[in-house]
Design a protein around this ligand. Structure first.
Ligand SMILES: C[C@H](CCC(=O)NCCS(=O)(=O)O)[C@H]1CC[C@H]2[C@@H]3CC[C@@H]4C[C@H](O)CC[C@]4(C)[C@H]3C[C@H](O)[C@]12C
Length: 324
């Protein structure tokens, strides 16, 4: 499972938890403007916006899980098994493979509005990266500094949803998650009032009771509700340290500790990494399951006019700060 959010203080932030039991050796990867992007069914390009994000680089191709471009436009792919459906090539559309979708949008668009224009003539085609890497059943959140949308390619075609919460989790289809928020109408960050009965003397006996009813489990629908509640009630300072810190606290409220989400064959799904990208500054912050210290990579510290990918392996062992 995964959860993605957008977040605003003085600057704008975009990031996600990646929950999985295996890693593909992903690294923080910067794609500079002149890197040659080959598209299977569309025009190649060596002149596009620069990208920073998490990617598995295979055969010199950055397979992005999530990324932000130099204008701040950001995208994340999250699992959508059973519902994701990619279509046969359509001669009247731009045919883009699911693994090309992030470079295709972020390479060309500055805003969500520009992305919507490309989406109106897009067909996500059922083209795998390779035999070893079949199509991943994903859906995507796309955000700029003003708004978010969700893109789901399903049997009926490509669906684009406005995403007012600025949150995405996994199954089922996005419309369900939006409607499901109505269920939690009465949940509050403040102390609850006695609306049960005036005839009974009922009082809160502890702080935090306004949140009773929020789902505490790790299912996709519950994580969506919890992340939305955390994001909308969150009180953050506006400095970079406050904002990035708060962003990770929100993601932590839906993170998965090892062991609590069991798969068959004795494996567990857990939060491999959490990311938070400052969309305005192009700085990608992350923590990993085994390293809670925040590591940062700044895209503007690289030569963005080059043609070579730059990848930083994840620092994934705990950095203890001894004081004696
Ligand atoms: C598994 C992850 C989603 C995590 C998630 O949502 N877990 C919820 C589980 S549950 O739904 O709750 O049960 C997704 C997110 C992005 C994906 C990569 C995208 C590039 C590339 C595309 C190729 O085609 C296949 C290999 C490839 C490296 C992909 C591997 C894998 O698919 C990645 C990591």
């Amino acid at each position: 499972m995964c959860t993605a959010i957008s977040f605003e203080t003085k600057d704008h932030y975009f990031g996600r938890n990646l929950d999985l039991d295996i890693s593909y050796n992903e690294m923080v990867t910067i794609t500079p403007r002149n890197f040659h992007f080959r598209f299977r069914k569309a025009q190649d390009t060596s002149n596009h916006y620069a990208l920073i994000g998490m990617a598995a680089v295979i055969d010199h191709y950055p397979l992005y899980y999530d990324a932000t471009n130099e204008k701040g436009l950001s995208m994340a792919g999250l699992n959508f098994p059973g519902n994701a459906h990619f279509h046969r090539e359509d001669p009247d559309k731009d045919n883009i493979a699911p693994f090309e979708f992030i470079p295709w949008i972020l390479g060309q668009c500055e805003t969500v509005e520009e992305a919507r224009m490309l989406l109106s003539k897009l067909n996500l085609a059922d083209i795998p990266f390779s035999e070893q890497l079949p199509i991943a059943p994903l859906h995507w959140m796309i955000s700029d500094q003003q708004q978010s949308i969700v893109v789901e390619s399903v049997k009926e075609g490509l669906k684009v949803y406005d995403n007012l919460p600025g949150v995405l989790a996994n199954n089922p289809e996005f419309g369900y998650h939006l409607f499901n928020l109505n269920q939690y109408l009465s949940v509050t960050a403040s102390a609850p009032e006695n609306r049960f009965s005036k005839l009974l003397d009922l009082q809160p006996y502890s702080l935090g009771m306004g949140g009773i009813g929020l789902p505490g489990d790790l299912s996709s629908t519950s994580r969506f509700v919890r992340a939305t509640f955390a994001k909308f009630n969150s009180a953050s300072g506006s400095s970079e340290a406050d904002s990035v810190g708060q962003f990770f606290h929100i993601l932590n409220s839906v993170a998965q500790p090892k062991g609590l989400n069991a798969l068959e064959d004795g494996k567990f799904e857990y939060t491999l990494y959490s990311s938070c990208c400052n969309m305005d500054k192009g700085i990608y912050y992350y923590t990993t399951y085994d390293n809670s210290q925040i590591t940062a990579v700044d895209m503007h510290a690289e030569d963005l006019d080059s043609a070579q990918l730059v990848s930083y392996p994840l620092i994934s062992s705990q950095q203890f700060r001894f004081v004696n």
